[in-house]
Ligand binder design. Sequence first.
Ligand SMILES: NC(=O)c1ccc[n+]([C@@H]2O[C@H](COP(=O)([O-])OP(=O)(O)OC[C@H]3O[C@@H](n4cnc5c(N)ncnc54)[C@H](OP(=O)(O)O)[C@@H]3O)[C@@H](O)[C@H]2O)c1
Length: 276
Amino acid sequence: MRILVLGASGFVGGALHAQLGAHHEVAGTSRRGGSGLTALDLTDHRAVRETLTRGVDLVIHTAGVVDLAAAQRDPDAAHAANVAPLPALLDAVEAAGAKLVYFSTDNVFDGTHDHYDETATPAPINVYGHTKAAAEHLVLAGGRHLVIRLPLVYGRSPRSDKFLARFSAPSIQARTDIVSNPLYLPWLAPALPALADESGVVHLAGAETVSRYELMTRVRDRLGAPARIVATDRESAPPDCPRPLRLVLRSVRHRLCGPDVGTALDDLSAGPAPAP
Ligand SMILES: NC(=O)c1ccc[n+]([C@@H]2O[C@H](COP(=O)([O-])OP(=O)(O)OC[C@H]3O[C@@H](n4cnc5c(N)ncnc54)[C@H](OP(=O)(O)O)[C@@H]3O)[C@@H](O)[C@H]2O)c1
Protein backbone atom coordinates (compact mmCIF):
# COMPACT_ATOMS: atom_id res chain seq x y z
CA MET A 1 0.00 0.00 0.00
CA ARG A 2 1.26 3.53 -0.80
CA ILE A 3 0.87 5.70 2.30
CA LEU A 4 1.42 9.44 2.68
CA VAL A 5 1.88 10.74 6.24
CA LEU A 6 1.16 14.48 6.62
CA GLY A 7 3.04 15.81 9.66
CA ALA A 8 5.75 13.12 9.52
CA SER A 9 8.27 15.30 11.41
CA GLY A 10 5.90 15.40 14.38
CA PHE A 11 5.50 13.28 17.47
CA VAL A 12 2.66 11.02 16.26
CA GLY A 13 3.35 11.31 12.51
CA GLY A 14 7.05 10.53 12.97
CA ALA A 15 6.28 7.26 14.73
CA LEU A 16 3.66 6.25 12.16
CA HIS A 17 6.00 7.14 9.28
CA ALA A 18 8.80 5.00 10.74
CA GLN A 19 6.71 2.03 11.88
CA LEU A 20 4.44 1.76 8.81
CA GLY A 21 7.52 2.13 6.59
CA ALA A 22 8.61 -1.35 7.66
CA HIS A 23 5.65 -2.89 5.79
CA HIS A 24 4.47 -0.32 3.24
CA GLU A 25 5.70 2.23 0.71
CA VAL A 26 5.54 5.32 2.93
CA ALA A 27 6.25 8.96 2.08
CA GLY A 28 6.03 11.86 4.51
CA THR A 29 5.60 15.61 4.58
CA SER A 30 6.26 18.34 7.10
CA ARG A 31 5.89 22.09 6.92
CA ARG A 32 9.66 22.62 6.73
CA GLY A 33 10.64 19.43 4.84
CA GLY A 34 14.15 17.95 5.05
CA SER A 35 15.44 14.63 6.47
CA GLY A 36 13.76 12.71 3.67
CA LEU A 37 10.40 14.49 4.04
CA THR A 38 8.67 16.63 1.40
CA ALA A 39 8.06 20.25 2.38
CA LEU A 40 4.32 20.92 2.37
CA ASP A 41 2.65 23.84 4.10
CA LEU A 42 -1.01 22.95 4.46
CA THR A 43 -1.96 26.60 4.18
CA ASP A 44 -0.74 26.44 0.53
CA HIS A 45 -3.84 24.77 -0.91
CA ARG A 46 -2.40 24.43 -4.42
CA ALA A 47 0.66 22.60 -3.05
CA VAL A 48 -1.68 20.29 -1.11
CA ARG A 49 -3.42 19.33 -4.35
CA GLU A 50 -0.13 18.87 -6.21
CA THR A 51 1.41 16.65 -3.53
CA LEU A 52 -1.37 14.13 -3.86
CA THR A 53 -1.09 13.78 -7.63
CA ARG A 54 2.00 11.58 -7.08
CA GLY A 55 -0.10 8.44 -6.40
CA VAL A 56 -1.28 7.32 -2.99
CA ASP A 57 -3.75 4.83 -1.48
CA LEU A 58 -3.94 6.10 2.09
CA VAL A 59 -3.34 9.62 3.45
CA ILE A 60 -2.68 9.81 7.20
CA HIS A 61 -3.20 13.37 8.40
CA THR A 62 -1.37 14.27 11.64
CA ALA A 63 -0.29 17.81 10.68
CA GLY A 64 -1.30 21.15 12.12
CA VAL A 65 -1.31 23.28 15.25
CA VAL A 66 -1.41 20.92 18.24
CA ASP A 67 -0.24 23.19 21.08
CA LEU A 68 -3.40 24.20 22.98
CA ALA A 69 -1.97 27.45 24.33
CA ALA A 70 -0.63 28.48 20.89
CA ALA A 71 -4.04 27.83 19.31
CA GLN A 72 -5.73 29.87 22.04
CA ARG A 73 -3.30 32.78 21.50
CA ASP A 74 -3.73 32.79 17.71
CA PRO A 75 -7.10 31.33 16.66
CA ASP A 76 -6.68 32.52 13.06
CA ALA A 77 -3.40 30.62 12.64
CA ALA A 78 -4.93 27.53 14.24
CA HIS A 79 -7.91 27.70 11.89
CA ALA A 80 -5.63 28.28 8.87
CA ALA A 81 -3.57 25.16 9.66
CA ASN A 82 -6.23 22.87 11.13
CA VAL A 83 -9.45 23.63 9.25
CA ALA A 84 -8.95 25.72 6.09
CA PRO A 85 -6.80 23.13 4.22
CA LEU A 86 -9.41 20.35 4.55
CA PRO A 87 -11.59 21.11 1.49
CA ALA A 88 -8.56 21.17 -0.88
CA LEU A 89 -7.09 18.11 0.82
CA LEU A 90 -10.36 16.18 0.60
CA ASP A 91 -10.73 17.09 -3.09
CA ALA A 92 -7.18 15.85 -3.74
CA VAL A 93 -7.76 12.64 -1.76
CA GLU A 94 -10.93 11.98 -3.78
CA ALA A 95 -9.16 12.72 -7.08
CA ALA A 96 -6.38 10.27 -6.14
CA GLY A 97 -8.96 7.59 -5.25
CA ALA A 98 -7.37 7.42 -1.81
CA LYS A 99 -8.73 7.21 1.74
CA LEU A 100 -8.05 9.76 4.49
CA VAL A 101 -7.33 8.87 8.11
CA TYR A 102 -7.57 12.07 10.13
CA PHE A 103 -6.12 12.21 13.65
CA SER A 104 -8.23 14.15 16.10
CA THR A 105 -8.37 14.62 19.84
CA ASP A 106 -10.31 14.11 23.07
CA ASN A 107 -10.32 17.93 23.28
CA VAL A 108 -13.41 17.97 21.06
CA PHE A 109 -15.23 17.18 24.36
CA ASP A 110 -15.85 19.45 27.36
CA GLY A 111 -14.65 17.04 30.06
CA THR A 112 -17.86 17.11 32.11
CA HIS A 113 -18.86 13.46 31.53
CA ASP A 114 -17.49 10.30 33.10
CA HIS A 115 -16.34 9.05 29.69
CA TYR A 116 -16.95 9.59 25.97
CA ASP A 117 -17.59 6.99 23.29
CA GLU A 118 -18.01 7.57 19.56
CA THR A 119 -21.73 8.40 19.95
CA ALA A 120 -20.98 11.42 22.18
CA THR A 121 -21.52 14.87 20.72
CA PRO A 122 -18.45 17.14 20.51
CA ALA A 123 -18.64 20.24 22.69
CA PRO A 124 -15.19 21.85 22.65
CA ILE A 125 -14.24 24.51 25.19
CA ASN A 126 -10.95 25.72 23.68
CA VAL A 127 -9.79 26.95 20.25
CA TYR A 128 -7.79 23.79 19.53
CA GLY A 129 -10.86 21.63 20.22
CA HIS A 130 -13.04 23.87 18.05
CA THR A 131 -10.64 23.60 15.10
CA LYS A 132 -10.40 19.83 15.45
CA ALA A 133 -14.19 19.43 15.68
CA ALA A 134 -14.62 21.62 12.58
CA ALA A 135 -12.04 19.56 10.67
CA GLU A 136 -13.72 16.32 11.75
CA HIS A 137 -17.02 17.64 10.42
CA LEU A 138 -15.48 18.25 6.98
CA VAL A 139 -13.71 14.86 6.92
CA LEU A 140 -16.86 12.98 7.88
CA ALA A 141 -19.14 14.72 5.37
CA GLY A 142 -18.09 12.40 2.53
CA GLY A 143 -18.94 9.28 4.55
CA ARG A 144 -15.86 7.38 3.34
CA HIS A 145 -13.02 8.59 5.55
CA LEU A 146 -11.91 7.79 9.09
CA VAL A 147 -11.43 10.08 12.09
CA ILE A 148 -9.36 8.60 14.92
CA ARG A 149 -9.64 10.50 18.21
CA LEU A 150 -6.69 10.13 20.57
CA PRO A 151 -6.16 11.15 24.20
CA LEU A 152 -2.78 12.42 25.43
CA VAL A 153 -0.11 10.33 23.68
CA TYR A 154 3.14 9.39 25.45
CA GLY A 155 6.28 7.49 24.64
CA ARG A 156 9.35 7.72 22.46
CA SER A 157 9.11 9.08 18.89
CA PRO A 158 11.90 9.05 16.28
CA ARG A 159 11.74 12.61 14.91
CA SER A 160 10.13 14.79 17.58
CA ASP A 161 10.62 13.40 21.03
CA LYS A 162 8.66 16.17 22.68
CA PHE A 163 7.23 13.96 25.42
CA LEU A 164 10.52 12.55 26.77
CA ALA A 165 12.43 15.79 26.17
CA ARG A 166 10.42 17.35 28.98
CA PHE A 167 12.13 15.07 31.49
CA SER A 168 15.48 16.71 30.78
CA ALA A 169 14.24 19.96 32.36
CA PRO A 170 14.85 20.57 36.09
CA SER A 171 11.10 20.65 36.75
CA ILE A 172 7.83 19.83 35.01
CA GLN A 173 4.48 21.30 35.96
CA ALA A 174 1.71 18.68 35.82
CA ARG A 175 -2.00 19.02 36.60
CA THR A 176 -3.49 16.87 39.34
CA ASP A 177 -7.04 17.75 38.26
CA ILE A 178 -6.81 16.71 34.57
CA VAL A 179 -7.35 12.99 33.98
CA SER A 180 -7.44 10.88 30.83
CA ASN A 181 -6.57 7.40 29.61
CA PRO A 182 -3.33 8.21 27.75
CA LEU A 183 -2.16 6.15 24.81
CA TYR A 184 1.32 4.65 24.48
CA LEU A 185 2.60 5.82 21.07
CA PRO A 186 4.40 2.65 19.83
CA TRP A 187 1.11 0.75 20.19
CA LEU A 188 -0.67 3.00 17.65
CA ALA A 189 0.82 1.93 14.28
CA PRO A 190 0.29 -1.82 14.86
CA ALA A 191 -3.37 -1.09 15.77
CA LEU A 192 -4.13 0.71 12.51
CA PRO A 193 -4.53 -2.30 10.15
CA ALA A 194 -7.51 -3.50 12.23
CA LEU A 195 -9.23 -0.19 11.38
CA ALA A 196 -8.30 -0.10 7.68
CA ASP A 197 -11.84 -0.72 6.44
CA GLU A 198 -13.55 1.53 8.98
CA SER A 199 -15.05 4.94 8.31
CA GLY A 200 -16.64 7.53 10.60
CA VAL A 201 -15.26 8.14 14.09
CA VAL A 202 -13.19 5.72 16.16
CA HIS A 203 -11.71 6.29 19.62
CA LEU A 204 -8.34 4.77 20.54
CA ALA A 205 -7.02 5.08 24.08
CA GLY A 206 -5.05 3.34 26.81
CA ALA A 207 -6.32 0.95 29.48
CA GLU A 208 -5.64 3.12 32.53
CA THR A 209 -7.10 6.44 33.65
CA VAL A 210 -4.55 8.68 35.38
CA SER A 211 -4.00 12.33 36.15
CA ARG A 212 -1.29 14.21 34.29
CA TYR A 213 0.62 14.44 37.59
CA GLU A 214 0.47 10.68 38.16
CA LEU A 215 1.55 9.91 34.60
CA MET A 216 4.52 12.29 34.67
CA THR A 217 5.61 11.08 38.12
CA ARG A 218 5.48 7.42 37.10
CA VAL A 219 7.39 8.08 33.87
CA ARG A 220 10.01 10.14 35.75
CA ASP A 221 10.42 7.43 38.39
CA ARG A 222 10.74 4.62 35.87
CA LEU A 223 13.27 6.50 33.73
CA GLY A 224 15.21 7.67 36.77
CA ALA A 225 15.09 11.18 35.32
CA PRO A 226 16.06 14.03 37.66
CA ALA A 227 13.09 16.29 36.81
CA ARG A 228 11.00 17.49 39.76
CA ILE A 229 7.27 17.07 39.05
CA VAL A 230 5.43 20.12 40.38
CA ALA A 231 1.74 19.53 41.11
CA THR A 232 -0.57 22.20 39.71
CA ASP A 233 -4.31 22.55 39.34
CA ARG A 234 -6.82 24.97 37.84
CA GLU A 235 -6.00 27.65 40.42
CA SER A 236 -2.21 27.45 40.24
CA ALA A 237 -1.60 26.61 36.55
CA PRO A 238 -1.02 29.46 34.06
CA PRO A 239 -4.40 30.58 32.63
CA ASP A 240 -3.25 29.91 29.05
CA CYS A 241 -6.21 27.92 27.78
CA PRO A 242 -9.49 26.41 29.04
CA ARG A 243 -8.78 22.70 29.57
CA PRO A 244 -11.37 19.93 29.94
CA LEU A 245 -10.77 18.17 33.26
CA ARG A 246 -11.92 14.60 32.62
CA LEU A 247 -11.35 13.13 29.17
CA VAL A 248 -11.76 9.36 29.23
CA LEU A 249 -12.23 7.86 25.76
CA ARG A 250 -14.09 4.57 25.30
CA SER A 251 -15.19 2.75 22.16
CA VAL A 252 -18.44 1.09 21.16
CA ARG A 253 -16.91 0.17 17.78
CA HIS A 254 -13.98 -2.10 18.59
CA ARG A 255 -12.10 -3.82 21.41
CA LEU A 256 -8.68 -2.31 20.71
CA CYS A 257 -7.08 -0.88 23.85
CA GLY A 258 -3.57 0.42 24.43
CA PRO A 259 -1.51 -0.90 27.35
CA ASP A 260 -1.83 0.30 30.94
CA VAL A 261 0.84 2.73 32.10
CA GLY A 262 2.91 0.10 33.92
CA THR A 263 3.14 -2.17 30.87
CA ALA A 264 3.99 0.81 28.65
CA LEU A 265 6.71 1.93 31.05
CA ASP A 266 8.28 -1.55 31.04
CA ASP A 267 8.66 -1.11 27.27
CA LEU A 268 9.73 2.55 27.47
CA SER A 269 12.41 1.97 30.08
CA ALA A 270 13.93 -0.79 27.93
CA GLY A 271 14.90 1.88 25.36
CA PRO A 272 17.58 4.60 25.52
CA ALA A 273 17.38 7.09 28.39
CA PRO A 274 16.40 10.71 27.58
CA ALA A 275 19.32 13.03 26.88
CA PRO A 276 20.59 14.84 30.01
N1 LIG B 1 0.45 14.54 20.87
C1 LIG B 1 -0.66 14.20 21.52
O1 LIG B 1 -0.66 13.90 22.73
C2 LIG B 1 -1.98 14.15 20.76
C3 LIG B 1 -3.14 13.88 21.48
C4 LIG B 1 -4.36 13.81 20.80
C5 LIG B 1 -4.40 14.03 19.44
N2 LIG B 1 -3.27 14.32 18.77
C6 LIG B 1 -3.37 14.56 17.32
O2 LIG B 1 -2.33 13.88 16.65
C7 LIG B 1 -1.87 14.67 15.56
C8 LIG B 1 -0.36 14.86 15.67
O3 LIG B 1 -0.02 15.49 16.90
P1 LIG B 1 1.51 15.66 17.32
O4 LIG B 1 1.55 15.81 18.78
O5 LIG B 1 2.31 14.60 16.67
O6 LIG B 1 1.88 17.06 16.64
P2 LIG B 1 3.31 17.73 16.47
O7 LIG B 1 4.38 16.93 17.10
O8 LIG B 1 3.17 19.16 16.87
O9 LIG B 1 3.54 17.66 14.88
C9 LIG B 1 2.79 18.48 14.05
C10 LIG B 1 3.19 18.24 12.63
O10 LIG B 1 2.40 19.09 11.81
C11 LIG B 1 3.26 19.82 10.95
N3 LIG B 1 2.64 21.11 10.69
C12 LIG B 1 2.33 22.07 11.58
N4 LIG B 1 1.77 23.11 10.93
C13 LIG B 1 1.75 22.80 9.63
C14 LIG B 1 1.33 23.45 8.45
N5 LIG B 1 0.81 24.69 8.47
N6 LIG B 1 1.47 22.81 7.27
C15 LIG B 1 2.00 21.59 7.22
N7 LIG B 1 2.42 20.90 8.28
C16 LIG B 1 2.30 21.52 9.47
C17 LIG B 1 4.60 19.91 11.64
O11 LIG B 1 5.63 20.15 10.69
P3 LIG B 1 6.97 20.96 11.12
O12 LIG B 1 7.69 20.04 12.08
O13 LIG B 1 7.73 21.14 9.85
O14 LIG B 1 6.50 22.23 11.75
C18 LIG B 1 4.65 18.53 12.28
O15 LIG B 1 5.10 17.59 11.34
C19 LIG B 1 -2.64 15.97 15.59
O16 LIG B 1 -3.71 15.88 14.68
C20 LIG B 1 -3.19 16.04 17.00
O17 LIG B 1 -4.43 16.73 17.04
C21 LIG B 1 -2.04 14.40 19.39
